[in-house]
Design a protein around this ligand. Structure first.
Ligand code: AMP
Length: 187
């Protein structure tokens, strides 16, 4: 199973991605988590990404595309993978299609988790309290929502045209949403 998971910040992507990855026994590849690990370790990649992340902006496509290309070359992706947080721009989508097309293993599903914006803001403010992420202040949250709407939301139409878009309602408990997602992906 080769799939991507999409949805606005706070839609529960990370949580649901972990459930899906376990259910299908595939690696969960979160570009945000890779960036945060690199920031934590103070690598060159981390230093390059940190400013963008702190402002709620996207890291430049060339940097992200290169990182994902390397990650997808790891042997654990041979039987599939779940990409979480990538692609986020039209350029990244085309680049991913190219990478996978070249390998003869195109993407099979693009899962979009839909939520209502007010619930999203509440979830993110709660996460800010418990996890204390640098990009979870209210101002940055608002910026990240805006960037998602303008840069990433349009990707769902492209995946719909490719015939691989699966939309799932992300409202409700974690277990309810997981059950919906697994039913939609298996169906
Ligand atoms: P996330 O954990 O997916 O919300 O990602 C946290 C931050 O990492 C984002 O706000 C961006 O600054 C950066 N980031 C992660 N993935 C990407 C991507 N595909 N393109 C650009 N920036 C990204």
């Amino acid at each position: 199973m080769r799939l991507v998971i999409m949805g606005p910040p706070g839609a529960g992507k990370g949580t649901q991605a972990a459930v899906i990855a376990e259910a299908f026994t595939i690696p969960h590849i979160s570009t945000g988590a890779i960036f945060r690990a690199n920031v934590g370790e103070g690598t060159e990649l981390g230093q390059e990404a940190k400013g963008y992340m702190d402002r709620g902006e996207y890291v430049p496509d060339s940097v992200v595309n290169n990182m994902v290309q390397h990650r997808l070359a790891e042997p654990d992706t041979e039987n599939g993978f779940l990409l979480d947080g990538y692609p986020r721009t039209v350029d990244q989508l085309h680049e991913l299609n190219r990478m996978l097309g070249d390998a003869g293993h195109p993407l099979e599903r693009a899962l979009e988790i839909t939520v209502n914006t007010e619930e999203v803001v509440q979830r993110l403010l709660k996460r800010a309290e418990t996890e204390g992420r640098a990009d979870d202040t209210e101002e940055v949250i608002r910026r990240r929502m805006e960037v998602y709407a303008t840069e990433t939301e349009p990707l769902t139409a492209l995946y719909s045209d490719q015939g691989i878009l699966v939309k799932v309602d992300g409202m409700g408990s974690i277990d309810e949403v997981s059950a919906r997602i697994l039913a939609a992906l298996r169906g």
